[in-house]
Design a protein around this ligand. Structure first.
Ligand SMILES: NC(=O)c1ccc[n+]([C@@H]2O[C@H](COP(=O)([O-])OP(=O)(O)OC[C@H]3O[C@@H](n4cnc5c(N)ncnc54)[C@H](OP(=O)(O)O)[C@@H]3O)[C@@H](O)[C@H]2O)c1
Length: 247
């Protein structure tokens, strides 16, 4: 099996590529440094030639709804068009549990982008799309601290989540790539506020000195709107085990 991984250099891509190689998959890593730009479409045809499946693990760093909607919508359209030209029958899209729900994303621009991405794939790829919805990753708590940081102070949104390790989510995603099936949800073993996880990371690392919880992104996000309902694959690594392993 040959799989194109779009976003191969990202947090997930770096975990997914070795997970797929470990399953005997011939992986084509794709991101802008490899000459593939999913937004402009450059390089997609060359990367997709001879592939059986495409994994969309692209992202854009923004909280602007306009920018997120534009990026994810345009990229998904380009991916489907290139997959059509290459005769690729399967696209696996990595998304976020409940991010496409209007009640969850009304005040969260990035999640509105994910909603557009999901609907473009549904509309244009139909049965060829497999959605893998993941909960937030432990690594996101770390990333949020660096995004809103002023000296010794970091601001982190209160987000109730069932977070998981990106490495665990990558194993589930790799299984979804190699073993075709329906859409799936993946989440970690415990429910927590990502802001509290950020505090535990800061305590372990000795910085930032203060992590301030902020209300950002609307009340649904802090009141359980991101939690999975229905069938979910639960990953093994606890937050504490991840904290201990990452020292
Ligand atoms: N973080 C979480 O907790 C979480 C949870 C669930 C699902 N997800 C989803 O998982 C996906 C991957 O997230 P991530 O955190 O791994 O992303 P990330 O670390 O920000 O990496 C983004 C990747 O996309 C590539 N990229 C960006 N623009 C591109 C373009 N125009 N053309 C080609 N490649 C481009 C980047 O490479 P270059 O910059 O080199 O091009 C990079 O490889 C996202 O869709 C996200 O919504 C994230």
């Amino acid at each position: 099996m040959r799989a194109v991984v779009l976003g191969a250099s990202g947090d997930m891509g770096r975990e997914l590529v070795p997970a797929l190689i470990g399953r005997g998959v011939d992986v084509v890593p794709a991101h802008r440094t490899t000459g593939v730009d999913a937004y402009t479409g450059t390089g997609l045809d060359a990367a997709f030639a001879g592939a059986d499946v495409v994994v969309d693990s692209l992202s854009v760093t923004t909280q602007s709804a306009g920018r997120a909607r534009d990026f994810f919508g345009v990229a998904a359209r380009n991916v489907v068009a290139a997959a059509d030209r290459a005769g690729i029958e399967r696209i696996v899209c990595l998304s976020i549990i409940n991010a496409a729900h209007p009640s969850v994303n009304a005040k969260f621009g990035y999640y509105q982008g994910k909603a557009v991405q999901e609907s473009v794939y549904r509309e244009l790829a139909g049965d060829r799309i497999t959605m893998v919805w993941s909960a937030q990753w432990f690594e996101l708590a770390q990333r949020l601290m660096s995004q809103m940081r002023l000296g010794p102070v970091a601001a982190v949104p209160h987000m109730m989540s069932q977070p998981c390790a990106a490495a665990d989510a990558a194993q589930v995603l790799a299984d979804a790539v190699t073993t075709p099936g329906g859409d799936i949800q993946v989440a970690g073993p415990e429910t927590m506020d990502l802001c509290n996880l950020a505090r535990r990371i800061a305590e372990r690392d000795g910085a930032p000195r203060w992590v301030i919880g902020i209300n950002y992104g609307g009340p649904t996000i802090r009141r359980g709107g991101l939690l999975p309902t229905g069938d979910v694959i639960t990953t093994p690594t606890t937050a504490q085990a991840w904290l201990d392993a990452a020292t």
